[in-house]
Design a protein around this ligand. Structure first.
Ligand SMILES: Cc1cc2nc3c(=O)[nH]c(=O)nc-3n(C[C@H](O)[C@H](O)[C@H](O)COP(=O)(O)OP(=O)(O)OC[C@H]3O[C@@H](n4cnc5c(N)ncnc54)[C@H](O)[C@@H]3O)c2cc1C
Ligand code: SF4
Length: 342
């Protein structure tokens, strides 16, 4: 049985209190929300904070407000989020992504804030301490070489959050609070393509809320590739959002890929190719081809990287066909049952 290392625990009741505690030793303390990522990581000694600051007692992190768009408290569990009818109706891709994270038990504990700050993943890193020691560790923790690309000076661990790609495609912003102040930024700017230093969030900052604009006339969807249909991290995901004119012409579009880099990857050229066009088979095929260009999966997660890149094109095409109104239930079943996997 893997045991947790010793640590100090604080359970503040306000964001201010939490920020002050974090400011005491930001490099050595970590925040814990649901704990579904950080606790397994601590058991495997991937993360060894001397202090954990629990966020579950902070009521202001659990607020959900809909008015001019949505304001989602970072401490809302994924279960609480998917129970919001407005999320399902107006921000469908976010609902689909949150509903596919892990298992019901993990969604009951796991929060949206924790999901957005999830550690990056790699086959050589997500292992027990003994396993990692047997290969002399790796650059991300305790070692100095990258086993995926030994000549790389950068860790290539994979961004595996399900909810970030759809939130970015929907134009989300986030609020970060520290003892020094508050800042608000586009969610896409919270990520960096570096498997170790994957967030621009500073160690003394708390993600307090996620903001979504009102999106009248928009449709969105999320497609996720994973080994086990019941639960698994994404090894490729596609989030697409489009606004269509009454005659079916694309007025605005966003395509974002997940699990193909150390951060969610936007595909602006694919989105641009859709502008002013009807979602015909030809237009979709061209956009899917363009979207697959920035998809550069590495050989450090499930399935072959060449196949995952090919599936990027297929998933973008499925997503856009769904958004134009095609019945894609058979395709969804095929993906869920893995009859899709070669
Ligand atoms: C078996 C298993 C399967 C899983 N499958 C999936 C999956 O399919 N898709 C997926 O996306 N995830 C998956 N997860 C990961 C995890 O369960 C979810 O991502 C969950 O949403 C994490 O939320 P949490 O509140 O538990 O995060 P925690 O474990 O509490 O925290 C995660 C990270 O975020 C930081 N953090 C938490 N809250 C804040 C905040 N408010 N401000 C700043 N930093 C914060 C923590 O310091 C930590 O670094 C899986 C986990 C397990 C164990
Ligand atoms: S990509 Fe390389 S450095 Fe990063 S976790 Fe994997 S093996 Fe380690």
């Amino acid at each position: 049985m893997l045991r947790l290392p010793y640590f100090q625990y604080h359970a503040p009741h306000t964001v201010r209190e939490a920020a002050d505690l974090l400011a005491l030793a930001p490099g050595e303390s970590m925040l814990i929300a649901g704990g579904t990522d950080v606790l397994p990581n601590m058991k495997r000694r991937q993360q060894v904070p001397s202090t954990l600051i629990g966020l579950r007692q902070i009521a202001e992190l659990r607020q959900f407000a809909n008015g001019d768009g949505l304001s989602i408290g970072a401490g809302l569990t994924l279960t609480e989020l998917i129970r919001q009818p407005q999320v399902r109706a107006d921000y469908t891709s976010l609902w689909q992504a949150a509903a596919q994270v892990a298992t019901p038990q993990l969604r009951n504990m796991g929060t949206i804030g924790g999901n957005l700050c999830l550690d990056t993943r790699c086959n050589y890193y997500d292992q027990s301490y003994e396993w990692r020691k047997a290969i002399n560790f790796c650059m991300k923790k305790d070692g100095d070489v990258c086993w995926v690309a030994p000549s790389s000076s950068r860790c290539l661990a994979v961004s595996s959050t399900d909810t970030a790609p759809p939130l970015i495609a929907l134009g989300a912003q986030v609020t970060l609070v520290s003892a020094n102040g508050i800042r608000r930024l586009a969610l896409s700017d919270m990520y960096r393509n570096d498997g170790i230093d994957y967030l621009t969030r500073q160690p003394n900052e708390i993600l307090t809320s996620i903001h979504l604009p009102p999106l009248p006339g928009w449709r969105s969807t999320y497609w996720k590739l994973r080994r086990r249909g019941a639960f698994d991290f994404p090894v490729l995901s596609v989030a697409a959002a489009v606004r269509l004119s009454p005659d079916g012409t694309v007025e605005s579009a966003h395509v974002v890929l997940g699990a193909v880099a150390s951060r969610p990857v936007q595909a602006p050229e694919a989105a641009l190719s859709l502008m002013g066009q009807p979602l015909s088979d030809t237009v979709i095929a061209h956009a899917a081809h363009l979207a697959a260009q920035p998809s550069r999966p590495m050989d450090n997660t499930d399935f072959s990287l060449i196949w995952r890149k090919r599936v990027t094109r297929d998933f973008v095409s499925y997503a856009l066909r769904e958004l134009r109104g095609d019945d894609v239930r058979a395709l969804r079943l095929k993906v869920a049952r893995k009859s899709f996997v070669p």
